[in-house]
Ligand binder design. Structure first.
Ligand SMILES: [Fe+2]
Length: 180
């Protein structure tokens, strides 16, 4: 039987209740890949007939995690950013996302500046999910019509995050929800 959104959400609750740390999140990442392998889920939530934008598919009232469908129409390259005190899992639904993970080469003491170097670069293809732990800095680059499902530890709109200008190293706090 195909793995449904409802089954995925139930498994997220079980995993994150048992272990809200990296081990529980890794189970969520693995299960997101199972969900993305279900063509009915892709068609129903990430298909061509879905309105563009970010849709909250689920928010857990107790644990606070969110499942979001990012129905992108236009290509985008994000600046390096973190997800604040939250983690985020990106699962590719259609097309691809090129991911860059960044490491800081400064001591992190200056809140207004971050010197970054590339730690890892790879492409997420449909059915693949990557995890970005609390405070990890990454950037994304995707073509037109690339769609992905994100699971975040909490509503990112409610927490401060940062983005970094690569040219200058300037750090800026971001508040609004963005597909990054
Ligand atoms: Fe992100």
């Amino acid at each position: 039987m195909a793995y449904t959104l409802d089954a995925f959400i139930a498994d997220c609750k079980t995993s994150l209740t048992r272990d809200p740390g990296p081990a529980g999140r890794e189970q969520v990442r693995g299960n997101l890949e199972r969900l993305l392998a279900n063509p009915d889920f892709i068609k129903g939530y990430c298909g061509d007939n879905q309105p563009k934008g970010v849709k909250v598919l689920y928010e857990d009232p107790k644990l606070g995690f969110q499942v979001l469908a990012h129905i992108n129409g236009t290509a985008r390259k994000s600046p390096p950013h973190d997800h604040g005190a939250s983690w985020a899992i990106y699962g590719q639904a259609t097309k691809y996302t090129d991911m860059t993970e960044w490491a800081r080469s400064d001591d992190g003491r200056n809140p207004n500046r971050a010197d970054l170097k590339v730690a890892k670069q790879y492409r997420l293809n449909p059915g693949q999910a990557g995890i970005y732990q609390d405070g990890a800095i990454h950037s994304i680059d995707y073509p037109d019509f690339a769609r992905f499902v994100r699971v975040t530890g909490t509503d990112l709109e409610k927490i401060n995050r940062i983005k970094v200008d690569l040219a200058t190293g300037a750090v800026e706090t971001i508040h609004a929800r963005q597909a990054s």
